[in-house]
Ligand binder design. Structure first.
Ligand code: SF4
Length: 379
């Protein structure tokens, strides 16, 4: 089963920390973009290939009209063997939806919503340049329920400029009170030229010290545990059976086909990405040209390294037997010496069934542990 990713690069405003492939909404360009996307999907048709997830990511996919979403899902169903119970996710910004639009998305075939809430504190949302307030986010969730959605995820961002541990935890408590089925907690990474850096300097805001970031993460996860959410990935928790099936494909060495500007695809030993500019993408498809660039083989060593790197993000960790069978990799034989100190420190553990996993403390230093596999090529 593959996953299908559709990139929608339009936003109503550009947030001051954002480094994604996106641009300001432009109605005529959006219309041409949707047509181009349908054309790209049709040209890649593989009726014999089953797909059990479709994910509209962005950008702000909820700026599409329900009719656009319906046309894109239809194109996916015509081109691939999309299973009847497929998980079909739409990323949405709270200020872009109301009950009628959400009902339209649901009729179009969306089964899951992922709201970019980021914070339940209005002063933090203003600092980030977001267009919604905490109340808008709550109303968006109510509207989703009224429209019949029973699978909703909320994103929060931690370690924001000027954010204290208590302020962060008040957002986590507010999220729990909303009762979504899934939540993602991301650490804000401020890239070098982000406008937010200038605003931080002007406003005299700084981020909390590293030890506070660790406390933010651990206490948030403890509160989510207590509220009945199970962590299944470094940044993700879910009610039972509500993990993101689409994102699991990235972490479980799966396969996916990406469509739209800048989208990546990984299919077994091949990988490619599309041109990233929205205008370039549309123009190429209108001329009947390919949008694929950087198509390359994935050597076995690279695939094995990625399977470990991504798999260790999961609380279940990686299955060492699968790595051995698929890639001929014996993790203990090849890396045992480097991994031993992490096991002794309680950061890395064996789980039943020959699985290797990070503990929650290990997740705090995941990059350091994963460097073991990146520092030298996987044999
Ligand atoms: S809404 Fe999302 S994709 Fe758009 S600018 Fe803000 S963070 Fe970036």
């Amino acid at each position: 089963m593959i996953g299908i990713y559709l990139h929608i690069p339009f936003c109503a405003a550009i947030c001051n920390y954002c480094n994604f492939n996106r641009g300001l909404f432009d109605g005529p360009l959006k219309t041409r973009y949707v047509q181009a996307l349908v054309a790209e999907i049709r040209a890649a048709a593989e009726p014999g290939t089953a797909a059990d997830t479709i994910f509209f990511g962005g950008g702000t996919p909820s700026l599409l009209e329900p009719g656009d979403v319906a046309a894109l899902i239809r194109a996916c169903r015509d081109a691939f063997a999309v299973t009847p119970d497929a998980e079909v996710t739409l990323e949405a910004n709270p200020e872009t939806v109301d009950e009628a639009r959400l009902a339209g998305f649901r009729d179009a075939g969306i089964t899951r919503l992922s709201y970019g809430v980021q914070s339940f504190r209005d002063e933090e949302l203003t600092r980030l340049g977001r267009l919604h307030t905490a109340d808008t986010a709550r109303r968006a969730l109510d509207a989703a329920r009224a429209a019949g959605f029973d699978n909703v995820s909320l994103d929060l961002m931690m370690w924001l400029p000027g954010q204290s541990v208590d302020a962060w935890l008040s957002s986590v408590d507010a999220l729990i009170a909303c009762g979504p089925e899934h939540a993602s907690l991301y650490l804000l990474e401020i890239y070098p030229n982000a406008p937010l850096r200038d605003e931080m300097a002007r406003g005299g805001w700084s981020v909390a010290p590293d030890e506070d970031a660790a406390a933010m993460y651990l206490e948030a996860m403890a509160r989510l545990d207590a509220a009945g959410y199970a962590q299944y990935e470094i940044s993700n928790v879910a009610r039972p059976g509500r993990q993101s099936r689409h994102n699991l494909k990235y972490w479980q060495d799966g396969a996916w086909a990406g469509f739209g500007c800048g989208a990546h695809s990984t299919r077994g030993d091949r990988r490619w990405r599309n041109v990233s500019g929205t205008g370039d993408y549309v123009a190429r498809l209108e001329r009947g040209e390919t949008v694929r660039v950087d198509e390359a083989a994935r050597p076995r060593e690279e695939r094995a390294g990625e399977a470990i790197f991504m798999g260790l993000r999961l609380t279940d960790g990686v299955d060492l037997r699968v790595l051995r069978d698929a890639y001929g990799l014996d993790v203990w034989n090849d890396y045992g010496t480097e991994l031993a100190p992490f096991v002794e420190a309680g950061l890395l553990v064996h789980r039943p069934g020959e699985r290797l996993a990070l503990t929650r403390d290990g997740m705090l230093v995941a990059n350091e542990i994963m460097m073991v596999f990146i520092g030298r090529s996987v044999r």
